[in-house]
Each structure stands twice: as C-alpha cells, then as structure tokens.
Design a protein around this ligand. Structure first.
Ligand code: CO8
Length: 260
C-alpha cells in the first residue's frame, strides 16, 4: 500500500510508526484506518521485527476521530465507523509484538483510545490526555468506555469521560494512564530505548507474555493461569533453556542461536 498518513521507519528490529496529518492534528479518518490495517498486516510478516513505537507528528499524538468526516454521518454509518475503528484498535492490542505509544502532544478522544490499545504509554511533558466526546454530544466509539476503566479504575475513568476534562502528563502518570513522563526531546530516545531493551529479551517469551496478559484480561483468572502454564512449559527446551543456562554460566544469553 502507498502510505499517505503513516510514516514508517525501521531502526534495527524496531519499527517507528508516525501518524502524520499535522494540519488536522493527526485526526483519524477512514484513510488512516485503511493504512493502519494494511501496515499491521505487513509488519506481522516481518520476522526481524521485535517491537513497534507509535507516535504523532507535530503538536498532537492524535486529537481524536476526524470530526469533519463524522459530522454528516447518520446513525447507521456512525455505528459502522465505530465498529471498524474498534476492529483496528483490537488489531493493535493483539499485534504479536509489543506496541509502545510515545505520546508527544494532544491525545484526545479516538487518539487516547488508540494510545490505550497500545501496550504501554510514554508521555512527553507536552502531552494532554482526555476523552472530550461529551463536549460534542458523543460517547467514545473506539472502546474508550471499556479500556479506560480497565486501565485507571471506574472512578477516574468516569471522571474523565463525564467531564471531558483534559489532564497533563503528570496527572496521567498519577492515574496510571501513562507509565513514564519525560522531556519532549527525550520522548523518542526513551521509547526507542525501551523498545530495544525489549528487543534484546527472549523473543518467544516476549510474545507469549503479551498474549497471556491480553487474553487473560479478556477471560477468567483460571483460564489465564492454564494458558500461562502451557506457554511457560513451551519455552523449556529452547529459548528458556538457553536463558537459564546462560545465567548459570554467568554469560549473556544468545536467543538467536537458541531459535535456530
Ligand atoms: N477532527 C478533525 N479536525 C481536527 C480535529 C479533529 N478531532 N482536531 C483538530 N482538528 C483540526 C482543526 O479543525 C483545525 O483545522 P483548521 O486549521 O482547518 O481550522 C486544525 O486541526 C488545528 O486545530 P486547532 O486550530 O483547533 O488547534 P488548537 O491548537 O487551537 O487546539 C485542540 C488543539 C485542543 C486539539 C483542538 O483542535 C481540539 O479541541 N480538537 C478536537 C478534540 C476533540 O474533541 N477530540 C475528540 C473527537 S471525537 C472522537 O474522537 C470520538 C472517537 C470515537 C469515534 C467513533 C466513531 C463514530
């Protein structure tokens, strides 16, 4: 696909994906969803990749769904727009590799929902978060009503969802919506550093950990524990064997050799 909105740059085993529609504060339109669907499918096939970093160009990470595109939709088209976006964000959540959101600026509405579908969030001190849909007479439509309370608890989620208030990066950190706050110039180095740190771990273990947490959150505790035991066992005799042997031999593990 010829990407117009998404810029992709591969740095070793990490892909940096930038939402680039800065004149509209990177607002999410139909084209964005088509591109993200295609890109995720493409990147899934890249066996050398270990992690993704997602960020936005300019003043915004993403300032929401494209209000201009949504304004004339009828009820049926509105629901379909919501369902399509939910499917794409679910694909982000279920992407087999870790996805880190590097939140550079406004992270509002559908933008906050996109960030929440990533595995964790690093914010610049310039970032602002919120679910201002109620200001427009709307609800969130990309699973924000479901993911936000799971991340920050019902009280904080309902506060943000009902008041439409924006919060800064430090407050987002206090709420647990973001995991780290850094100076604007440190945002990409920090996100890339974390992606590279993860890339150096056992690649099978990393994929399994993500899948276990994601599936576990959607199912029961007991089903999650059963999956964990299966996955735990699957690493013995390969990557796990190498990691444990390396520890006992006081050397760095060679996960690449273990994968061969
Ligand atoms: N959609 C479309 N265009 C936008 C959006 C948006 N969400 N946000 C900003 N823009 C455009 C502005 O219209 C403006 O365009 P132009 O230059 O042509 O007038 C340009 O970006 C720059 O914006 P501003 O001049 O407003 O810049 P400021 O720095 O003054 O303000 C803000 C920045 C605070 C981010 C402000 O633009 C703003 O409040 N934007 C809207 C934020 C918002 O309400 N977001 C939620 C949208 S609704 C949503 O996301 C629902 C998700 C679920 C949808 C489910 C499908 C049905």
């Amino acid at each position: 696909m010829n990407y117009e909105i998404l810029k992709v740059e591969k740095q070793d085993s990490v892909a940096v994906v930038t939402v680039s529609r800065p004149k509209a504060m990177n607002a999410l339109n139909t084209r964005f969803f088509q591109e993200l669907d295609a890109l995720l499918a493409e990147l899934t096939q890249d066996s050398g990749l270990r992690a993704l970093v997602l960020t936005g160009e300019g003043k915004a990470f993403v300032a929401g769904a494209d209000i201009a595109e949504m304004a004339d939709k009828d009820s049926r088209a509105g629901s379909e727009f919501s369902r399509a976006g939910q499917r794409t964000f679910r694909a982000v959540e279920e992407f087999p590799l870790p996805v880190i959101a590097a939140v550079n600026g406004f992270c509002l509405g559908g933008g906050c929902e996109l960030a929440m579908s990533c595995d964790f969030r690093i914010a610049s001190t310039m970032a602002k978060f919120g679910q201002p849909e109620v200001n427009l007479g709307l609800t969130p439509g990309y699973a924000g009503t479901q993911r936000l309370p799971r991340l920050v608890g019902a009280g904080h989620a309902l506060y943000l969802l009902l008041t439409g208030e924006l919060v800064g990066a430090e407050e987002a950190l206090r709420l647990g919506l973001v995991q780290k706050v850094v100076a604007p110039e440190a945002l990409m180095p920090e996100a890339l550093g974390l992606a590279r740190k993860i890339a150096a771990k056992g690649p099978k273990a990393v994929r399994l950990v993500k899948r276990l947490v994601r599936k576990g959150l959607l199912g029961s505790f007991d089903a999650g524990c059963a999956m964990e035991s299966e996955d735990f066992g699957s690493l013995f005799g390969n990557e796990g064997a190498e990691g444990m042997k390396a520890f006992l031999e006081k050397r760095a593990p060679d996960f690449k050799a273990a994968a061969r």
